[in-house]
Design a protein. Structure first.
Ligand code: PLP
Length: 483
């Protein structure tokens, strides 16, 4: 099993920790970036490709100092590639912007639903971030990846008793979502021997879609307490000796390009904070959730991490100051904007079907099982041939997956050079909600994942094998022996 390779002849793309400014500036001036000569190195969510993307001497794509087609050959396809420099740059952008702009304490928590693994946990922990988890699986990954328990919060609209037990015994903050959480906590928390640290999630009446948002009194959402219930739940918690209500939480949506909704959110949350503190809760934390969008296609123009943090932090500080509130610790929970821009998925191109006067399909060796976003949300992506990224577009094609589903299409009507079977296609911005939402539909094994950095590729997720998919099957004896 190859777990770490340095493909021959590949020099580092960046120096040291992958963020050496001189090396990055140098990479920027290389004739090699196939697009985005104006790459935003400080806010990776504004780029289509990872910040270390460049071309080698023969105009082939490299990321993190590794030639993509070499990675495909060594590790097979489909392959998730994660660029360490992009991931670290995004972590630092959140952390540094919070420290610079917000006058109080702050902490960015990585929303690990976006992509949960030991390696990513270790990396974000080393950058000083915390983490939000929504299940026992994500919690275990966080703990084993080295995230300190005091920097983890547990979310979820239907947490199990076991998940709550795991959290409270390990000193992890629980984000209370509903009355059912409180009933279960009342059973498991008193046994811990100290008050358990809680945050309270409520729906703020701000609903976001990618390019628009609305303010309403009530939201049709399965998450969090309705604003009307806030006071009664706060009063209830004031009478629970096992509970330490130390924060409030709200999250307004994902892939958001507007800043205005977050400005509004600050006011709504500061009102709730004033109420909670007036009822005796310390509520030292205010968690504004995640949601910053990223660039999937050339026309996407999301705000930078720095602008998002400046807006949020200024609005929270102002809203608290106006209400005479001591500044809370400001928490946020970015997922997509931290990890999506670091990801590239490599596929091998296979069959082709040209339907005259209608459409040409080319098929790849993955699809909706490794990236369910196009079939689920009609999401769009950007792709290039790994070894011919500068070749002129010759045809409009639809890139289909290999699953037995007509809607299994990864890219619809995109322009590409005429691609041959066996060529490697690189699809960008796949670091979030791809691996974590992957499935084994059609019993197709999940891809491997590698972390690339300074010309080294480390295996961080082994490729599943077809036999692995049988490991939980049980064949009752009366149905006959396995042949
Ligand atoms: N926090 C909560 C509670 C969420 O539900 C989500 C995702 O929907 C996030 C954080 C992360 O959002 P994003 O990936 O858009 O930053």
């Amino acid at each position: 099993m190859v777990t770490s390779v340095q493909p021959a002849g590949h020099g580092p793309a960046t120096g040291g920790d992958g963020l050496d400014p001189a090396a990055l500036a140098d990479a920027q001036s290389l004739p090699g970036r196939p697009f985005e000569a104006d790459c935003d190195f400080l806010s990776p969510n504004r780029n289509l490709a990872p910040v270390t993307t460049r071309l080698d001497g023969e105009d082939r794509l490299m990321v993190g100092g590794c030639r993509l087609s070499d990675l495909a050959r060594i590790y097979g396809t489909p392959l998730y590639v994660l660029d360490e420099a992009s991931l670290r740059a995004a972590c630092r952008a959140y952390r540094q912007a919070l420290e610079t702009v917000y006058p109080g304490p702050s902490l960015a928590l990585y929303a690990s639903k976006a992509n949960s693994s030991l390696a990513i946990t270790a990396l974000v922990a080393s950058e000083g971030l915390g983490l939000d988890a929504v299940s026992a699986g994500e919690l275990l990954t966080a703990l084993q990846g080295g995230m300190p328990a005091e920097r983890i919060v547990l979310h979820g609209n239907n947490k199990s008793r076991e998940e709550l037990e795991l959290a409270v015994t390990r000193g992890i903050t629980v984000v209370v979502d509903n009355w059912h959480d409180l009933e279960l906590l009342a059973q498991v928390a008193p046994g811990v021997g100290r008050p358990v640290r809680l945050m309270l999630r409520f729906t703020p009446g701000i609903e976001c879609h990618t390019h628009e948002y609305i303010r309403t009194g009530h939201l049709d959402s399965k998450f969090g307490f309705d604003p009307d219930q806030l006071e009664s739940v706060l009063r209830h918690l004031a009478d629970c000796p096992w509970a330490l209500l130390d924060g409030l939480h709200a999250h307004i949506g994902s892939q958001i390009f507007e800043l205005e909704p977050h400005r509004d959110l600050a006011g709504v949350m500061a009102d709730a904070l004033a109420l909670a503190r007036s009822l005796g809760h310390p509520c030292r934390d205010l968690n504004v959730g995640g949601g910053l969008g990223i660039r999937y296609i050339a026309t996407d123009d999301p705000p930078s991490i720095q602008d998002w943090v400046r807006t949020v932090a200024t609005a929270v500080a102002e809203a608290c100051t106006t209400r005479g509130l001591e500044l809370p610790r400001l928490l946020c929970e970015p997922g997509r904007s931290l990890v999506a821009p670091a990801g590239v998925t490599l596929y091998a191109i296979g069959s082709r079907k040209a339907i005259p006067d209608l459409r040409t399909y080319i098929s790849v060796d993955g699809g909706m099982s490794d990236n369910p976003r196009p079939i689920t949300y009609q999401s769009q992506y950007t792709a290039l041939l790994a070894d011919r990224p500068l070749a002129p577009a010759e045809e409009a094609v639809t890139v289909a997956g290999k699953h037995c589903e007509s809607g299994d299409v990864l890219l619809r009507d995109v322009s590409l050079p005429a691609a041959h079977a066996g060529e490697v296609l690189a699809v960008f911005a796949t670091g979030a909600y791809n691996a974590s939402m992957s499935s084994n539909y059609n019993r197709i094994p999940r891809p491997a994942a590698v972390l690339v950095h300074d010309g080294i590729a480390d295996l961080v997720q082994r490729r599943e094998q077809p036999e692995d998919l049988l490991r939980f099957d049980v064949l009752p004896v009366r149905l006959g022996p396995v042949q």
